[in-house]
Design a protein around this ligand. Structure first.
Ligand code: PLP
Length: 516
C-alpha cells in the first residue's frame, strides 16, 4: 500500500508514484496523495553529514517508493549536479537575527527551478516503462515557462512547448524564454492575455482528435504544473537540508523547532513544509504569507475559502492567484483522509466559488499553519528596511514573507524566510523600493542601476541575456496554438517528414529552429 498514490477524492484506482508523475492529476480531477508516505521518518542526524544531493535522494526515496535508489541518485545528480550557482544548492544565510533560505540559485533565478529541474528527470525515468514520447505543454505568465524550458531542455524522450501572452511579460522574462537552447523546446507568443493562452492550453489537453493523431505517432501531451507530485516532493528536501545547515552552524540543536515564513501562491512550497513536518522535521509553525490576493490568509482566519473576490495585480506577481490548488492535499490529510469531504468541498468551489471547512479540520490545520499578509506598500518598505538595516537585498516575494515575520513576536524560536527569487529578477521594483525616484521601463537598465546602487552582482544568467541569440520570435493567434503543439511534436521527436503538418502561417519555424 505504502508505495501507492490515489486521488484526494477517492480511494479507487491506486497508481505507483511513477504513474502519478506521468499522469499529473487523478482521473476524477483530484490530486495524487499517498497514505504510507510518512510512515518512515527521516533521521535528523543524517542531515548533519552529506550533500544536498544525498539528502535529496534519501528524502525522495521516502515519497517516491517505486523509484530505485540508483534511479533517484541519477535523477538528483542530473537535476542539481551542475545547474545551481551555489555549491549548497539552497544555502541558508543570515538576515538580522533570522535566516533566509535562498531557493533562487538555479538556472532561472527563482525557486521553481528546484522542482522543475527535478520533475523532468523523474518523468524521464518514469516513461521508460511506457515508451511513448512526452510533450509538455505550458502556458506561462512569465516565470514557470522559463523554468520548465530549462528543466526539460535535453531530456531524452521529452519535449516542451511554452506559450506566453504577447507583450505581457517583462523584457527580461521574454528574453529568458526566447533565447532558450535545446533541440526539444518550442516557445511561442500568443495574442491575448495569460488567461486566453491558459484556457486554450486546457482545451488542447482535452482535444480527443489531437490526442488520437499524436497517439498514433507514439506521443502524449502532459503538463508540468505545480500539483504534480513530482514537483512537490523535491521541495520537501530543502526544509530538511536547511535544518541541517542551521544545526551545523550552531544556530540550533537537533530537535529544536523552527518556524518557516513562506511567500505563497499555489500552496506548493508551504505544503512541502507540512510534508517535512510529517516526515519528522521539528517544524514549529508554517506562516502562509500572501500579497493583496489574500484568499488563503482569510481562509486560515475564518475557515471559509472564498474565491469570489477581485483579482489584484501586485509587485509579487507569482503569488497573484485566487485558487491555491495544492490546498486540496492539506484538506485530505487534515481531515484524516476524508475523501467524501474533500470531493464535496471541491464541488462547491467549482460550482459556487466558495467552501466552508468543518471546525475540527480547521483546528488541525491551525495547529501548524498561520496566515499573514502584506500590501505592495508594506512590501516596498520591507525591501528598503531590510537593505538599510541588514545589507541584504530581497525580492518582492521574499519581502512579503519578511513583512509577516517582522510583524510577528519572535518567541525565541529560530525563524527562516523562504527566499523565492533573486532580487535581480524583479530589478525595476526592487530599485523603486530603494529609490522611489528611479523608474526604468527597461529591465536591463534597472538591473545595472541596482547593481551600481547596492554594489551587488546580478546573476550571470540574467545579465548575460542581452548578448544571447534570440531563437524564438513566432507570434500566433489562439486558434493556431494546436498546430504549434503538433508541429513541435513532429520536429522534436523527429517523425517522418511526410507526416509533418504544415506550420502555422504566422510562424517562422524554419528560421528559428535552424539556429540550434
Ligand atoms: C511560484 C512562486 C511563489 C509561490 O509558490 P507556491 O508554491 O505557488 O505557493 C512564490 N514566489 C515566487 C518567486 C514564485 O515563483
Amino acid at each position: 500500500m505504502k508505495s501507492f498514490y490515489h486521488s484526494t477524492r477517492s480511494f479507487s484506482q491506486p497508481v505507483t508514484s511513477k504513474q502519478a508523475i506521468l499522469e499529473g492529476i487523478a482521473p476524477d480531477g483530484g490530486l495524487f496523495v499517498s497514505d504510507g508516505a510518512f510512515d518512515d521518518l527521516v533521521e535528523l542526524s543524517d542531515m548533519l553529514a552529506g550533500t544536498y544531493e544525498e539528502h535529496a535522494a534519501e528524502i525522495l526515496g521516502r515519497l517516491l517508493c517505486d523509484f530505485s535508489a540508483q534511479e533517484l541518485s541519477g535523477c538528483v545528480r542530473r537535476a542539481y549536479g551542475s545547474t545551481f550557482a551555489s555549491p549548497a544548492v539552497t544555502p541558508v544565510t543570515p538576515v538580522g537575527d533570522d535566516f533566509l533560505l535562498e531557493l533562487y540559485h538555479g538556472p532561472t533565478s527563482a525557486f521553481k527551478d528546484v522542482a522543475l529541474q527535478m520533475l523532468p528527470q523523474l518523468m524521464g525515468v518514469a516513461r521508460q516503462g511506457d515508451g511513448r514520447d512526452i510533450m509538455i505543454v505550458c502556458a506561462t505568465s512569465g516565470d514557470t515557462g522559463k523554468a520548465a524550458l530549462a528543466g526539460f531542455a535535453g531530456v531524452e524522450g521529452c519535449g516542451v512547448t511554452v506559450f506566453y501572452p504577447h507583450g505581457k511579460v517583462s523584457d527580461v522574462q521574454q528574453l529568458q524564454m526566447a533565447t532558450q537552447t535545446g533541440h526539444n523546446v518550442e516557445v511561442c507568443a500568443v495574442e491575448g492575455n495569460f488567461d486566453d493562452a491558459q484556457s486554450e492550453v486546457k482545451r488542447i489537453f482535452g482535444d480527443r482528435q489531437l490526442a488520437g493523431r499524436l497517439e498514433a505517432q507514439g506521443c502524449v501531451l502532459s503538463s508540468a504544473n505545480s500539483i504534480n507530485i513530482g514537483r512537490l516532493a523535491p521541495q520537501v528536501v530543502y526544509y530538511f537540508d536547511a535544518y541541517g545547515q542551521l544545526a551545523k552552524e550552531g544556530a540550533l540543536k537537533l530537535g529544536d523547532p523552527v518556524d518557516f515564513y513562506v511567500p505563497t501562491g499555489n500552496f506548493g512550497d508551504v505544503l512541502a513544509g507540512y510534508y517535512a513536518k510529517r516526515l519528522g522535521l521539528p517544524v514549529g509553525r508554517l506562516y502562509v504569507c500572501s500579497n493583496a490576493n489574500d484568499v488563503l490568509c482569510d481562509f486560515l482566519e475564518t475557515g471559509v475559502y472564498d474565491r469570489r473576490r477581485d483579482f489584484h495585480k501586485t509587485i509579487s506577481p507569482s503569488m497573484d492567484i485566487l485558487i491555491s490548488s495544492n490546498l486540496e492535499r492539506l484538506l485530505y490529510y487534515a481531515s484524516d483522509s476524508d475523501v467524501e469531504l474533500v470531493s464535496s468541498l471541491m464541488d462547491s468551489l467549482a460550482k459556487d466559488g466558495v467552501y466552508q471547512v468543518p471546525q475540527p479540520v480547521m483546528d488541525t490545520i491551525r495547529e501548524t499553519f498561520s496566515g499573514g499578509k502584506a500590501t505592495d506598500q508594506e512590501t516596498r518598505a520591507t525591501i528598503a528596511r531590510t537593505w538599510n538595516e541588514t545589507g541584504v537585498l530581497i525580492d518582492p516575494h521574499t519581502a512579503v514573507a519578511k513583512t509577516v515575520l517582522d510583524a510577528t513576536e519572535p518567541e525565541g524560536r529560530v525563524r527562516v524566510v523562504l527566499s523565492t527569487a533573486s532580487p535581480y529578477k524583479f530589478s525595476a521594483e526592487v530599485l523603486r523600493a530603494l529609490d522611489p525616484a528611479a523608474t526604468f521601463a527597461d529591465g536591463f537598465k534597472a538591473m545595472d542601476r541596482l547593481a551600481a546602487l547596492t554594489h551587488t552582482q546580478p546573476p550571470a544568467q540574467l545579465s548575460g541575456l542581452r548578448s544571447l541569440p534570440v531563437r524564438f520570435t513566432q507570434v500566433v493567434e489562439r486558434p493556431a496554438m494546436t498546430q504549434v503543439v503538433e508541429h513541435a511534436c513532429q520536429s522534436v521527436f523527429d517523425l517522418s517528414d511526410a507526416e509533418k503538418p504544415i506550420a502555422p502561417e504566422a510562424g517562422s519555424f524554419s528560421a528559428t529552429e535552424s539556429q540550434e
